[in-house]
Design a protein around this ligand. Structure first.
Ligand code: ADP
Ligand code: ZN
Length: 730
């Protein structure tokens, strides 16, 4: 289908990335322009980028319109992409321009693809060593092989561009003339994959069939950790590539990318394009452009890679689809899993949602017949599932300030003797969640937020997990001024590491927590070292639950299995179930059987019992029944509204004004709860008030919400955010 072409001088509408209400009218430039073209247009005194979105909307005489200044040298945005952005904006109640901005997060998309100067590590020694120079060289050392733009390198190293230039004459930093946007190496889908087990083969055949038939559809690929889901969905990727279409694999965490890249290389003979926050600007530009030109056939990336300009998308895989990191929690609030389905529906592409512990949302969509389901029931190569057992903490004697029970301690000791690895799991960063004055009983709180400061002994500071603010550990109590009485309360992973070191002084221990690594690479290096046997005991947060392979690990000890069940979050049971099953699955991947021990004070709790028995279908059915009875997601719709303002009363007044005008919501069957102070009632000095809207599944909630909010004026100082299908209720 040839796109609509606007003749020179013809009026048209351009959607820019500027915060305006919608598209603006312009005149087509000399030579004309097609619908979807990326263009530069004048806006006041400035030149801004945008996309030709459609027919002119106003009825201005053509002579009054300003002309489009230039057409960028990139393929126009496809109709599928424009439709996707519009639907995504409508679904998430986000202005369309914010969606367009997600789709144009690329440096200089329209610059001519000539040569450009990039910087990388050289062979020379610096003639003089300074702190600033050391920073640059350390960064380049860590990211050997990457090419950086000058300003990017300076920014990342935290130095001026002069420092980088000063390192050129000695050859310590090398300047290279790189062609812009080199094509990616060709992936060969015809190369044979690993011979598949029968259940893998059956699943792969079905996925291949789906791709051959064409058209949209979503499949839930469920299988325990180690069952070979990756091998299976790579077959779907192969089919997609051999049909000449593009494929996208979303991963929940960028530290997992490198392992995945290796598997792609082994399977298809070359590595795919990468898109995530750890990729250099030069690489981002190349990826964006090559995707738009259809040259990048396979992209592996973070959730934002959904917004790349694929002209021929055939497949989206969402690996670990239940992972909470797929929900973007600031800026545009969207769920990458749901947006993947939306995008695929627009493009006539297939979706594969892979997980050992699917979200209740996906489970319910299977039940409702919207998704297909494929199951891999056994671990590849007859590896047994780990044995799960509870440690009843009411029957254990653990000294004050200690958390490892004698039973768990014994189990770890046996692994040490056998030369196997153990994982001590606690989903809490830092040293201690609370710092308390033993003289006055006050806890140290953040000045900016309604949150306690968490001690990070490794950084020697207290940190607020809401706003990131840190300060030194106080010697004297900030409340009563008495000295030397500050004490940590409760455990974090750093404190567990201390306990492990005391109990097992000869063991090599390693802590894996997201805040302890400056970069995804450093984390990856640590993970690889552990996988190769570089530690006897790993102490980790949920970071270790995600897809990393530790072949020598045979024991998982969960310090506090009850942790996630507190707090009364709608998804508390689901999350705990997923996390516990996921982390237990880390044990015994290679030829040694695994064991998972869960320390709990409530072994009779239905969720704990379901985790131990492994009766997944039973757990889902019970959880589904409860949610259905309560009319909450996935059986009802919800939207969270957070109003924040430096003044609590202003936020409350607006909340009350909304609550009083709820009629438009009631008309579609929705109810409003609140306003009430949010569970975290203050963040970064802003008071937060929440309203919760609950509606039946089929209610046209977005339109009603827009009309509802449109009734009130939001003061300048106030922020109002709407979160459709909220994951977090804080
Ligand atoms: P999952 O994605 O379900 O956790 P993986 O695909 O990562 O499982 O497979 C787990 C391990 O088993 C990997 O090391 C993988 O290479 C291996 N594996 C899976 N299927 C096969 C197969 N058919 N042949 C050989 N090795 C396989
Ligand atoms: Zn704070």
């Amino acid at each position: 289908m040839t796109p609509r072409r606007f003749a020179p001088g013809e009026p048209l509408a351009v959607l820019t990335t500027q915060p305006l209400d919608g598209a603006l009218d312009y005149r087509a430039p000399e030579g004309g322009v097609v619908l979807g073209a990326f263009v530069e247009v004048p806006l006041g005194p400035r030149k801004v980028m945008g996309v030709v979105w459609g027919e002119a909307e106003g009825d201005w005489p053509v002579e009054k319109l300003r002309p489009v200044l230039g057409v960028l040298d990139v393929p126009p945005m496809t109709p599928g992409m424009r439709a996707f952005l519009e639907r995504a904006a409508a679904y998430t109640l986000t202005p369309l321009v914010s969606m367009l901005r997600l789709a144009m997060r690329v440096p200089g998309p329209g610059e001519k693809p000539g040569k450009r100067r990039l910087y990388t590590l050289g062979d020379g020694e610096p003639d003089r060593v300074t702190d600033a120079r050391t920073k640059v060289l350390a960064l380049l050392e860590e990211r050997r092989g990457d090419l950086f733009a000058l300003s990017e390198l300076a920014d990342l190293a935290g130095v001026s561009t002069g420092v980088v230039k000063g390192l050129l004459p000695s050859g310590a930093v090398a300047e290279v003339e790189a062609p812009r946007d080199a094509p990616y190496p060709v992936l060969d889908p015809a190369r044979p994959g690993k011979p598949l087990a029968p259940d893998q083969q059956a699943a792969a055949d079905l996925l291949r069939d789906h791709l051959r038939t064409g058209g949209y559809g979503t499949t839930l690929l469920k299988g325990v950790t180690g069952s070979g889901k990756t091998e299976v969905y790579l077959e779907a990727v192969a089919e997609c590539l051999s049909e000449g279409r593009q494929a996208l694999v979303l991963l929940p965490e960028i530290a997992l990318t490198s392992e995945f890249l290796k598997r792609v290389e082994a399977r298809f003979g070359a590595t795919p394009a990468e898109w995530h926050s750890g990729v250099t600007q030069a690489e981002r530009r190349r990826c964006w452009r090559m995707v738009a030109e259809g040259q990048a056939k396979l992209v592996v990336g973070a959730r934002s890679s959904l917004f790349l300009p694929y002209p021929r998308l055939g497949l989206i895989v969402v690996d670990e689809e239940h992972d909470t990191s797929y929900k973007q929690e600031d800026g545009v609030l969207y769920s990458a899993r749901d947006m993947a389905v939306l995008r695929a529906a627009e493009e006539g592409a297939r979706v594969v949602l892979a997980s050992a512990t699917p979200s209740l949302e996906s489970w319910a969509n299977v039940e409702a017949g919207k998704y297909d389901r494929l199951d891999l029931t056994s671990r590849f190569g007859e590896r047994a599932m780990p044995v799960l057992r509870a440690i009843d903490m009411r029957a254990e004697t653990v000294p004050a300030g200690r958390w490892i029970s004698p039973t768990l301690r014994g189990a770890i000791a046996r692994r040490l003797e056998a030369g196997e690895q153990s994982l001590v799991f606690l989903n809490r960063r830092g040293y201690a969640p609370v710092t308390l004055c033993r003289a006055c009983g006050q806890q140290v709180a953040c000045h900016q937020c309604d949150a306690r400061m968490v001690e990070h002994r490794f950084l020697k500071r207290l940190m607020c997990h809401q706003c990131g603010e840190t300060r030194p550990m106080p010697e004297t109590c900030p409340s009563c001024g008495i000295e030397g009485k500050m004490a940590p309360v409760g455990p974090g992973v750093e404190r567990m590491a201390e306990e492990v070191a005391e109990l097992f002084p000869d063991a090599r221990a390693a802590v894996l927590s997201s805040d302890l690594f400056g970069s995804a690479r450093a984390l990856k290096a640590a993970v690889e070292e552990i996988a190769a046997g570089g530690a006897d005991i790993v102490i980790g947060t949920q970071l270790v639950a995600k897809g990393h392979n530790f072949p020598l690990l045979t024991l998982v000890g969960v310090i506090d299995a009850d942790l996630g069940l507190q707090g009364g979050d709608l998804r508390a049971a689901e999350r705990t179930f997923q996390l516990m099953r996921q982390v237990s699955g880390r044990a015994g991947r290679a030829d040694r059987p695994g064991e998972a021990l869960l320390q709990t004070y409530q072994p009779e709790h239905p969720v704990i019992r379901a985790i131990l028995s492994g009766d997944e279908e039973g757990f889902w059915a019970a959880e589904a029944a409860e949610r259905r009875a309560a009319g909450v997601p996935p059986y009802g719709r919800m939207a969270g509204i957070v109003i924040s303002d430096p003044e609590a009363s202003v936020a409350f007044d607006l909340g009350n004004a909304l609550a009083r005008r709820a009629q438009v919501l009631e008309e579609v069957g929705a109810e409003v709860w609140g306003p009430a102070p949010a569970p975290i009632a203050r963040i970064r000095g802003r008071h937060r008030v929440r309203l919760l809207v609950k509606a039946p599944r089929q209610a046209p909630i977005q339109g009603a919400l827009a009309r509802w909010i449109g009734q009130v004026d939001v003061p300048r100082s106030t922020r109002l955010s709407v979160d459709i299908d909220p994951q977090s209720f804080l």
